[in-house]
Design a protein around this ligand. Structure first.
Ligand code: FE2
Ligand code: FE2
Length: 246
């Protein structure tokens, strides 16, 4: 059987039908070497510094929208990568649920990408590859991947998401799209947390998380939104852990 997930990761133009087909596939237990996803050919990768320099002339709201398109694109590919890379490491009785959860998130990221791509042409501005680097950092650890992808990256988006609205210079069209996306991201954090805790089994999730952050040298440079974190299932112990993480 063709591993559709692997094909999707390489494909440049993914369609809604592709995603639907991906979602309906049975779990593929073949564990060949999976290449970390690559970017489309028309995407220009630059350093964070060069990105700032080369987009100076573009209105802030258009820079923000393009960076969100990049985030959604990465998120979609990251969840597909996580699913096909790690499904065999999930206890058999949970594999079906793992596939449904991560497949659903990948699908939603795809829809977010489509929404934002209508407001900007993805690839019309250069991008950095910091998100891809984090995926490469965690390519050998499912717990590391879930921590970085859902609790850190998506969690940061949830903590700071509404601040983005202020950067949209009052553009109602942009605001509508961003508000919808921010709302849906909370559920992704919730699902990532669920799997991280479940796969920690009898180890302390908080201790594990702090150890991973220390190993990967990932620090926190934003404010945790306690209310939002609690809403998606972070316990008091978790809040303390996130606040101690720096
Ligand atoms: Fe998203
Ligand atoms: Fe997300």
């Amino acid at each position: 059987m063709i591993n559709f997930g692997k094909v999707l990761l390489r494909k440049s133009q993914i369609t809604l039908e592709d995603m639907r087909q991906f979602m309906s596939l049975p779990i593929d237990s073949n564990n060949d070497y999976i290449p970390i996803y690559s970017y489309d050919e028309n995407i220009k990768i630059v350093t964070t510094y060069d990105l700032e320099q080369s987009t100076k002339h573009i209105p802030i709201k258009d820079q923000v929208i393009h960076s969100i398109a990049h985030i959604e694109y990465n998120a979609m590919k990251s969840y597909i990568d996580t699913l096909i890379r790690f499904i065999n490491q999930v206890p058999v009785q949970f594999q079906k649920e793992f596939k449904e959860d991560l497949g659903q998130i990948a699908f939603e990221e795809f829809c977010h990408f489509e929404l934002v791509n209508q407001l900007c042409k993805y690839g019309s501005q250069p991008v950095h590859n910091n998100l891809q680097k984090r995926m490469m950092l965690t390519m050998n650890s499912l717990l590391g991947r879930l921590a970085v992808l859902s609790i850190v990256n998506e969690g940061r988006g949830m903590d700071t998401g509404l601040n983005l609205i202020q950067k949209l210079e009052g553009d109602k069209n942009y605001e509508k799209v961003i508000k919808k996306i921010v709302q849906e991201e909370s559920n992704h954090v919730k699902i990532g947390l669920k799997w991280f805790e479940l796969l920690c089994s009898d180890q302390s999730p908080q201790e594990n998380f702090l150890k991973l952050m220390n190993d990967y040298k990932i620090s926190r440079n934003w404010k945790i939104n306690i209310q939002k974190r609690k809403q998606v299932g972070f316990s008091d112990e978790w809040i303390k852990c996130l606040q101690n993480w720096n």
